[in-house]
Design a protein around this ligand. Sequence first.
Ligand code: PMP
Length: 421
Amino acid sequence: MTTKPKSPIWHPFTQHALQEKITKIVRGDGAYLHTADGRRIIDAISSWWVVTHGHCHPHIVSAIQEQAGKLNQIIFAGYTHEPAEELAAQLLKLVPDGLEHVFFSDSGSASEEVALKMAVGYWHNIGKPRRCIVVMQHSYHGDTIGAMSVGARGVFNAPYAPLLFDVTSIPFPVSGREQATLDALESACQNDMPAAFIVEPLILGAGGMLMYPAWVLREMKRICEASDVFFIADEVMTGWGRTGSLFACEQADVIPDIACYSKGLTGGALPLAVTLCRADIFDAHYSTDRTRTFFHSSSYTANPVACAAAKANLDLWHDPETHQRVASVGTMQEEALEVLRADPRFENVRRTGTIAALDLKASDEGYLAELGPKLQASFKQRNLLLRPLGNTIYVMPPYCVTAADLDQIYGSITDAAAALT
Ligand code: PMP
């Protein structure tokens, strides 16, 4: 048995008995993090995919400072405030036309719970109850009980399996076998009377950075529409430029019935999420009958400081430079990947927008299982924040990352691969 950590803090997704050391960070600026012992780390995954414009972006920081001195929290039932009102109005101008209402929450998982409750609530309130949810294999939607229920099952949620509800799962659209996915969705829609289909558009994140083409997304939406099944787009990871466009659904001309955004919503500065929905979903809850109320809340719903940060993020998206940076991160990533495509140690070298991923080959299954933690430790030694998913290494940097940073990131990936395989 290893010695127990001195700190009382229980970190997420961390096996304290195996993790040799937790790194203390004292400051962040742009693509960099500074450690308590004086090292500079490149944040190659935007601190779990949230810090889109880089750490401590001055425009977001000043919006936070200003709002914090005015109104920093207010109950959101029966009360409202300017940052939330303005944010909602501006958000609705950015998203596809069919989305008309905005519900606030404070994490990606919560936004998924809200989406599921909205869908099931709609069917209940119109007197045609439906409870089945269709999901895609390998998906990840969060770690609360509902979000886990619609996500992939594995060691990370095995103890709670008895608490998770049943869903209908369709296969991931593997290249060349997309029709099987579409057929499975069609058959689920026709036979199971689902309330909704929930999906990560274009790329499944935590499930292994698995990418699929826009036409499949478009077809999935068409199938749901034909069967009157709500299409929930989980854009928690893919939103805010990650896939090259502001939202992934744009690339498929898909207007979701319900959409969830978080992570980059505040540029990664503060926790906030939104679930947007069609007017008829709101209308099904709009009634003088109190039992039709949408019964969901959290104490910090639409926190004014977080809303101010999100408004500042939206300002940055009105600046053409942000869009140029997104395009240039994509180009730089592609150039780096081109080199690795010729390296026999890697396979499935892939990219969607600013997200690059590749799998490190290992002939031995046992060794493969050990690769993730080994890689992570070796990146840490190289002053790099990367958190592989098993043998899948991915790079999802802030948009302020430079060519020199990416050189260092990919140089370290090659070195780590050479040392470990
Ligand atoms: N959906 C997706 C697609 C995600 O990637 C994540 C987080 N990685 C979540 C939902 C959950 O978000 P949060 O961690 O903020 O609860």
